[in-house]
Design a protein around this ligand. Sequence first.
Ligand code: FAD
Length: 472
Amino acid sequence: MASPVIFWFRRDLRLADNPALTAAAALGRPVVPLFIVDDHLLAPSGLARATYLEATLRSLSDSMDGALVVRRGSPSEVLRELAKEVGADSVFATGDTANYGRRRDTQVADDLDTVGIAMHYVSTPYIVAPGTIRSKTGDPFKVFTAFRRVWDTLECEAPVDAPTVSWLTLESEPLTVISDSAGKVRPAFFTNRLPDTPPPLPPVGEAAAWELVTSFHSRIDRYDDTRNEPGVDGTSALSPHLRWGTIHPRQLVAAFAGPGDGRRVWISEVTWREFYADVLFHQPHSVWENLQPQMNYLQIDRDARAVARFEAWALGETGYPLVDAGMRQLLETGWMHNRVRMVTASFLVKHLHLDWRWGARWFMWRLFDGDLASNQHGWQWTAGTGTDAAPYHRIFNPTTQAERFDPHGNFVTKYVPELRGVAAPQCLQPGGGDGLLAPPNYAKPVVDAKTEREEALRRFAEAREVAKAARG
Ligand SMILES: Cc1cc2nc3c(=O)[nH]c(=O)nc-3n(C[C@H](O)[C@H](O)[C@H](O)COP(=O)(O)OP(=O)(O)OC[C@H]3O[C@@H](n4cnc5c(N)ncnc54)[C@H](O)[C@@H]3O)c2cc1C
């Protein structure tokens, strides 16, 4: 029998349109499919993401007649041992372009090379590999519109079908991702009032992604009108699938090709994902550092009152209905609507004066789609520390946002039961309404939004002044 090759699955948990798998299969040798549970990656994730991953791996393994080998440990060691065990001399994987992944991949290729094993990285989880697009002067783009202008001119490759693969089945091992050291981490830095269980899982795996594609086909032409309304099923909900690679954006561009604003705007949203991966590629420090250094001078609250306010925000008890509904949607479902992500993030930074990193960590703990590039840069954009071209004055008013995007209160009353029975627009107001009208069991507003908006503007102006003075 020809010696097998190893296929190392990472953020590409699918068989169709997986160029690295196609390249491995093209050798015509048996393939050992492998996933490595790397505690370094899993430790900071919460139970939500770990559970989603485990279920997705089961689905992937089922699609290979149970052949998936799941091992835990350092990638170099696991690969070396498995290669020795099965007599493999090549490993294939999809390229990773995020911080840890890039470092790990270089190290793994070097380590395997020393024992005569060839490591092949093919393609990426993006349509255009991060780091590729540059301005005429050769610089990376700092704002989305300029990036997209170039991205739009590039050809998106056509997706390819799943290759025919002869999987090599090893003696089966238990498929577990969650352990004592990984996937159970709770952000103990703030509150003890956390759910012990992950949110209920949506359907996972490649087939589930395609079911969403089919259902979104009937809605995409209305996307431009409905995408901002959290009470309407207006978006695709494909983000966890893109996060884990059960579908590739190339496949989606092909599936949703056609005329019309809905499709055009939807692809433009997918381009945000590509943009943020590109920003991360060029500026890896942006994961936890302000992209705009002048914002290092912004006054941020970190005292006991700040911690109490953070807890109210995280648990959906701020007394601002749209913010609370969004935060409870996150806790209950592991997902949050994009408009509400922006409103809740803006509220944390600009009304509560807290550090965007606190919020970003919380989101990463509970989101099924938690993705370093999209999450950290989504936070930085909203906080005014990142790539937003007009960052300072964009302060979302949580009440007018609710009136505009959830006018009938469908979303707010779905996630905040205390407000059920209170008609819109009253249920959208701070505290669910004034005085006697307020439902007695709903939280009182944690701050006065108007006062804190002024305070945020003052702090932003001050940060700019201090930064200017520091520059001399
Ligand atoms: C503070 C904040 C944090 C975020 N954290 C994440 C995250 O961890 N993971 C994540 O995938 N997205 C994140 N986003 C982006 C966006 O909110 C989600 O991608 C979107 O809500 C997913 O829902 P959907 O699949 O129905 O999106 P659709 O509207 O159907 O869009 C299609 C796809 O385009 C991409 N996309 C859409 N909007 C954005 C955006 N603003 N930035 C980057 N990609 C986008 C996603 O992959 C999405 O699945 C964040 C946004 C903000 C403001």
